[in-house]
Ligand binder design. Structure first.
Ligand code: B12
Length: 214
């Protein structure tokens, strides 16, 4: 199987919500010595994006999406094991990361965390549905350089605005860079709420933070 065929198959297994199939495929892919980041970004992610469109059009329903998400998470786990381990020595920066309160979407945020670790950042992943105060407290505790928040829904993105206000209130706003992302987020939203950075993907996140911290 060549790279393109692997990518297509990976996307299709996600669309079919076939966990066993996609996990086997990921293992086979790694045996071929191919790039795990490529499969996450261009195979699995394409599949889940297509499912998002089908969900939006009412062609599939939530249970299908839940099972597909589990398949995606399982395959990402396999691929992550083959990603280069954290760079030893000094980390480029400390990043506190989480999905904003009220929002349980964490696949994309998880990929961002993995990619940042691979590229030498120290990541404190708070998980999903994270209360604003937890971001603030963790940033204080670890003396964070960056706080990244993910929001996938128009109903939860407002949490990122609250986070900006909370950091201001705690006198932390000038000490950290704030970074926002997730499917609901745009460059416009980032500048509207006063966030420092927006990134549309995990690789874009790495690129933008490397520009600042390398
Ligand atoms: C998978 C999925 C789910 C899964 C989530 C599983 C999980 N563990 O994450 C499940 C089935 C649980 C789910 C539930 C729901 N979902 Co849903 N879901 C999706 C779906 C199809 C894909 C999201 C995804 O994982 N994408 C793949 C990843 C790789 O992409 P990503 O998240 O965008 O992340 C990338 C970038 O955005 C960026 N990034 C992400 N985070 C961050 C953070 C930072 C700091 C930075 C810099 C960058 C960055 O990098 C990532 C990697 O490249 C989207 C559709 C879509 N178009 O996004 C709907 C979608 C987000 N869901 C939606 C809805 C409505 C729901 C539910 C309310 C459904 C319901 N009726 O109950 C619930 C929400 C429950 C809750 N309170 O959160 C809507 C939101 C609509 C809106 N505009 O508000 C969407 C858009 C679908 C739709 N079109 O209707 N969902």
């Amino acid at each position: 199987m060549n790279r393109e065929e692997f990518m297509e198959k990976a996307a299709q297994y996600i669309i079919d919500a076939d966990e066993e199939g996609v996990v086997e495929l990921a293992k086979k892919y790694l045996k071929e010595g191919l790039n795990p980041v490529d499969m996450v970004a261009n195979g699995l992610s394409e599949g889940i994006k297509k499912l998002g469109d089908l969900f939006e059009r009412g062609e599939i329903f939530l249970p299908h999406l839940i099972i597909a998400s589990e398949a995606m998470t399982a395959a990402v786990k396999i691929l992550e094991q083959a990603m280069p381990s954290d760079q030893v020595g000094k980390k480029l920066a400390k990043v506190v990361l989480g999905t904003i309160e009220g929002d349980v979407h964490d696949i994309g945020k998880g990929i961002v965390a993995t990619m940042l670790r691979v590229y030498g950042f120290e990541v404190f992943d708070l998980g999903r549905d994270v209360p604003i105060d937890n971001f603030v407290q963790k940033a204080k505790e670890v003396d964070a350089d960056v706080i990244g928040s993910s929001a996938l829904m128009t109903t939860t993105q407002v949490g990122q605005k609250k986070l900006e206000a909370a950091l201001e209130e705690e006198g932390l706003r000038d000490k950290v860079k704030t970074m926002v992302g997730g499917a609901a987020i745009t460059e416009y939203w980032a500048s509207k709420i006063g966030a420092d950075l927006y990134a549309e993907s995990a690789s874009d996140t790495v690129m933008k933070l490397k520009e600042i911290f390398s």
